[in-house]
Design a protein around this ligand. Sequence first.
Ligand code: PGA
Length: 253
Amino acid sequence: MKKLRKKIIAGNWKMNKTTADAASLAEGLKLELGDCLDVDIVLCPPFTALSAVSGIIDDCHMKLGAQDMHWESEGAYTGEISSGMLRDLYCNYVILGHSERRAYFGETNETVNKKVKAAIAATLIPIVCVGETLEQRESGTTEAVVRDQVENSLAGLDDDLAKIVVAYEPVWAIGTGLTATPDQAQDVHAFIRKLLAEIGGSDIADGVRIQYGGSMKPANAAELLEKQDIDGGLIGGAALDVRSFAEIVKAAM
Ligand code: PGA
């Protein structure tokens, strides 16, 4: 059966680009991709460049996303950014629970869950990241790890489950040049969709888009994206270059 889910390609720029460099990347992407309606395209610059990128892409079809947010709406949380601040800059998306935040900044399924709920309450679309480490894959616990992340990061969402995007990002493939094979990725994507169905029913699960992330690039994007349950990509390194990001988007068309 043919998939009806619209593909979504998001660029996670991580801690890269000054405001000026981010603006020039956004300008270049707008020239190449600004008219694209076939694929949802999301740019996620660092917080400091959100405003500049927002002003550049506001008259085209690309959308803006942030890389994290806090769950409280305001208050004494030094260094944090709220959902309202992101909405104020016309963000539509926010990446939550990225493995780098989980590994280096103490993000847990519980904090991700609070953030997901706060994002949805603010009409931001959360891109919720899950994925196993190399050690976990080699010890055969990939499904257990992903189940724990999905069930606990998405606990209590009920019908709001329909409002999220999931990103499956095997930690061992992020920034390493190693990519999951299309079959390895498809297996986990199908498993995640099964978990979503257990939580929210199959109608909702069938509609949720599940991105693959981890060294996706022009050379491997098409074969990953043609898999039944792979509905897009969360792109790190290859999103920092106009040509490679544009080629990945074209592979999704
Ligand atoms: P990568 O990063 O494409 O550089 O592997 C993906 C991600 O971390 O979202």
